[in-house]
Design a protein around this ligand. Structure first.
Ligand code: ATP
Ligand code: MG
Length: 230
């Protein structure tokens, strides 16, 4: 069915709208080379999260195509595609299960120790240990409430454990205190090392660390380059 190997991402003249007559992306083209980190920036509503959703095939493109390692993703089974890509969404929703299983979800064969190592790397381990039942604490509607930043770090731990070739990060827009921001930044840097990463960036610190920045505006890439160049 597929033979992804490197983790190269190509958007070729991608067009997309949610509703007829209102085009969100119009002929968007860019490449993320294997192992590189590309930051996507632009005004609220410009289509950044839409690009993430298209790459994960929540929707199919209406013009152009998206290639991974040269293969059109619309011809690849969704399960195969999704096993190859890890997503940390803008608003993480956790499952009605305990914290340990929420992290393990990315790789069900992982041991408890591997789960905890991923939580340490994502800087959420100490928070989990402070909870009444530690890793066995139930989350969800009736269970524990975590902040947006904490939930996102659980999702980062899950992604670290899954260790997919391609990582999509949609940074939370919520304001963070500077210590938490530094912690998340450090955990993201760990996730991104050696993986192809497309990150929707709301923080300057993320942007500075990327190999290339794409500025999305009015449905198109208005500018592209490194931080020093823009
Ligand atoms: P933000 O920085 O606020 O997260 P964004 O760049 O990620 O914004 P998107 O979520 O990609 O923006 O949305 C792009 C546009 O598409 C917006 O105008 C939004 O209202 C619209 N949109 C998003 N999801 C849907 C949907 N499911 N149905 C219809 N329109 C949608
Ligand atoms: Mg968004």
């Amino acid at each position: 069915d597929l033979s992804f190997t490197e983790g190269r991402v190509d958007f070729q003249n991608v067009c997309f709208s949610y509703t007829a007559g209102k085009e969100i992306l119009s002929e968007v083209s860019f490449t993320v080379m294997p192992g590189q980190t590309v930051a996507l920036v632009g005004p609220s509503g410009s289509g950044k999260s839409t690009i993430v959703r298209l790459l994960f095939r929540f929707y199919d493109v209406q013009g152009g195509c998206i290639l991974i390692d040269g293969q059109d993703i619309s011809k690849v089974r969704q399960n195969s595609l999704r096993s190859y890509i890890g997503v940390v969404p803008q608003d993480t929703v956790l499952f009605n299960d305990n914290i340990r299983e929420n992290i393990r979800y990315g790789r069900i064969s992982a041991s408890d120790q591997e789960v905890e190592e991923a939580a340490v790397a994502a800087d959420i381990h100490h928070k989990i240990l402070s909870l009444p039942d530690g890793y066995a604490t139930e989350v969800g509607e009736r269970g524990l409430k975590l902040s947006g930043g904490e939930k996102q770090r659980v999702a980062i731990a899950r992604t670290i454990l899954k260790s997919p070739r391609i990582i999509l990060l949609d940074e939370a827009t919520s304001a963070l205190d500077s210590q938490t921001e530094r912690n998340i930044q450090a955990s993201l840097a760990k996730v991104c090392a050696n993986h192809t990463t497309l990150v929707v960036a709301h923080r300057l610190s993320t942007i500075i660390c990327s190999n290339q920045i794409l500025v999305l505006q009015d449905g198109q890439i208005a500018e592209r380059g490194r931080h020093e160049e823009l």
